[in-house]
Design a protein. Structure first.
Length: 694
């Protein structure tokens, strides 16, 4: 009620009348003197603040008023005394329980009686609602302003009404500036994820505004002057008259850059910048389609750098990386502009040759690459020489899809490297037969491991000085249910290439140690069983633990075990080899270098290796009677071994003359058919029992 519409004299007259005649009824006014002393209060006011009338009368109102409101209460009374007008104000009054309640006052002066009538309204609930509403507004504003996502509010026409701080940063809007633009306004070009420009009429946000639809997952880029910022956009209609959309913008530039980086890495080799296999295959598919339409051929070359790992280990990986980049540049400079060269990793490259008239054109490219690589490659202060081996597959006869062409080119490469390096060769039907047989052996080999189709044969070793046996070498054999005995020469290389040699080698270790435990009472204390280790098994992390495990299970002394590792396997990484051999030797197990002399010159490393025995490669023993060079090598190795305190073993002795020559050269131990062929375990038992009884 607006009390200013009432006649003051009438109000005061009624008030006085109510006081005198109906003092017990509730009244919504209080009578004060001119300075605010309470002269009378009605039951309603008393109940609200929980005081008796006697507890209020003669007390100034400011004794109950909140400290923050005393000043404006005093000013209100001063104002009414000075101008004799209706004065409005609000204050908080303390109830008896100490809680402050809000009141809205309109005070009126009675000049003749010098009294002031205060008409009040309890507005505590309204004030609490206002306070909560204010807090909600502040909270909303803080959340709105500080969200890491940009927010823009539009009207129903798409004009931007409000933006938060993040949005202003994204769109480079100065603080305090009011936007007078719509969603259709373009300060910068807008691009889609595929790079195309999005025209205003096609902008999805405007379509969402028009249809009053929600939107999520929209991505676009703003091509600002200094950079491109990528945004993920969400929008929802605002169900208030006159409003349009609430639009959220999340800066996803970092994610997009990471995606672009990942995409680049998926398609391009980071080191050389060449396309990777995925990109290569996609492009070759296009080449094959073109070749079909024009009845042309497509060549695919698998290229491998000869002996790269030795260069890499000798000069370091940084040098190796620079070398790979240089080779990539040389290859690119040796092919046609529309040919494609790719690298997936390591020292292997792939080359696609579209639009070939005949198979011989691929050979021309190979020879061009060989010619370019015949010159020294300058890396830092070094001049390095290299050569490459290449395998060629031709579409359509060698494959009708990129994968089969790559596979067959790789098969041709492997065949080339077996024959010799620094050359190239074509995939052929005869090679296809070999590949098929190899795949069949690989599959059967996996089955053989599960079905335990392997057997161990043992070949004894004899001291040349007295002909007594001193050990035996464990040799694996594969008894296939259909093929019969499969030669180790046929399956061991495949097992090594596929990694199956590791579980096979572990089986040999477990079985040979177990079988030795059954014969240890038939042999001398220093009798040794020799185990051949492949390169992969030698470097495998479980080697030492497996050796210890099987020796403990079978209660075999370490002195009765000997491992044989080839010279070439040791020379792959001499430092690593020495570290592993030291650990093996610490277990008390003896070490032999197998096939010594068949690799490259390693005499300088021999004194560094913790070995006890060298076994001369059998290729030098087989022609010992007729080849003076073989005699010289055997004599030199024997002398060197003895000077280093090593025992020398000759394997492959098959004639009495060979054995006589080896004896004259002071070889310590002989292993060969002349003394004994490899034999299964049951025959070993008979052999040992018969010799023990002699």
């Amino acid at each position: 009620m607006d009390i200013r519409k009432f006649n003051i004299d009438s109000v005061l007259s009624d008030a006085i009348k109510n006081i005198t005649e109906k003092s017990g009824d509730n009244q919504n006014f209080v009578i004060f003197d001119s300075i605010g002393t309470i002269l009378w209060s009605g039951d309603d006011f008393n109940q609200i603040i929980d005081y008796e009338s006697s507890e209020l009368t003669s007390y100034n109102i400011n004794e109950f008023v909140h400290d923050e409101d005393i000043s404006n209460t005093k000013i209100a009374f001063e104002h009414i005394n000075a101008k004799n007008l209706i004065t409005n104000f609000e204050n908080r009054i303390r109830s008896k329980n100490g809680k402050y309640l809000w009141f809205s006052w309109a005070i009126i002066s009675t000049p003749n009686e010098k009294k002031v009538v205060g008409i009040y309204q309890n507005i505590t609930i309204q004030k609490e609602i206002e306070k909560e509403f204010f807090h909600q507004q502040v909270k909303y504003k803080n959340v709105f302003e500080n969200l890491p996502m940009g927010i823009a509010i539009t009207d129903s026409s798409g004009h931007i009404l409000e933006t938060n701080e993040t949005a202003r940063q994204i769109f480079e809007i100065p603080a305090g500036k009011k936007l007078k633009r719509s969603l259709n306004h373009r300060r910068w070009p807008v691009v889609s994820p595929n790079g195309s420009t999005i025209l205003p009429r096609n902008f999805t946000l405007l379509q969402a505004l028009k249809k009053k639809e929600s939107l999520k997952g929209l991505e676009f880029g703003l091509q600002r002057e200094s950079d491109t910022v990528w945004l993920e956009v969400m929008a929802t209609p605002i169900p208030i008259e006159g409003y349009g959309l609430a639009v959220g913008f999340r800066d996803i530039s970092e994610r997009k850059n990471a995606e672009d980086r990942i995409s680049y890495m998926a398609y391009y080799d980071e080191l050389t910048g060449l396309p990777r296999k995925k990109f290569f295959i996609e492009k070759v598919e296009v080449m094959l389609d073109e070749a079909l339409r024009h009845d042309n051929k497509v060549g695919v070359i698998a290229l491998d750098i000869d002996n790269f790992k030795y260069l890499n280990e000798s000069f370091g990986h940084n040098f190796g990386d620079l070398f790979l980049k240089a080779v990539a540049d040389i290859i690119k400079g040796s092919i046609r502009n529309f040919d494609l060269v790719s690298r997936e990793g390591g020292d292997e490259y792939m080359i696609a040759l579209p639009d070939l008239d005949n198979e011989a054109d691929a050979a021309i490219v190979c020879e061009s690459i060989q010619s370019a690589l015949a010159k020294p490659i300058q890396i830092e202060k070094y001049s390095a020489f290299t050569s490459v081996s290449m395998g060629i597959a031709i579409f359509p006869q060698d494959g009708t899809d990129p994968e089969s062409l790559l596979k067959n080119a790789d098969n041709a490469l492997h065949q080339v490297k077996k024959v010799g390096k620094n050359t190239y060769g074509y995939f052929t039907q005869s090679l296809q037969i070999l590949v098929k047989e190899r795949l069949e052996i690989e599959n059967n080999l996996r089955l053989a491991i599960t079905l335990r189709q392997f057997e161990l044969y043992y070949q004894p070793k004899f001291r040349i000085v007295d002909g007594s046996y001193c050990g035996m070498e464990a040799l694996i054999r594969w008894r296939h249910p259909e093929r019969g005995m499969v030669s180790p020469n046929d399956f061991i290389p495949i097992a090594e290439e596929t990694g199956l040699i590791v579980p096979i080698g572990e089986w040999v270790m477990e079985e040979s140690i177990h079988q030795f435990s059954e014969i240890k009472n038939l042999v001398s204390r220093d009798f040794q069983v020799s185990l051949n280790l492949s390169t992969k098994q030698f470097k495998h992390e479980s080697l030492l633990s497996n050796l210890e495990k099987y020796m403990n299970i079978n209660q075999i002394a370490a002195r009765n075990l000997e491992i044989e590792i080839t010279e070439s396997a040791l020379m792959e990484n001499v430092t690593q080899a020495i570290e592993i051999l030291d650990k093996v030797r610490a277990l008390g197990i003896s070490i032999t270098i197998d096939d010594f002399g068949s690799g490259y010159s390693s005499l300088g490393y021999l004194k560094k290796l913790p070995v006890q025995t060298v076994k001369i490669d059998k290729s030098f023993i087989q022609d010992l009677e007729t080849n003076e060079d073989s005699k010289a090598i055997v004599r030199a190795v024997t002398s060197l071994g003895h000077n280093l305190g090593l025992k020398v073993v000759a394997e492959g002795a098959e004639t009495s003359e060979q054995c006589s020559l080896l004896s004259d050269m002071d070889v310590d131990i002989i292993q060969g058919f002349y003394y004994a062929k490899p034999m299964p375990f049951d025959e070993v038992m008979k052999f040992l029992k018969s010799h023990k009884s002699d």
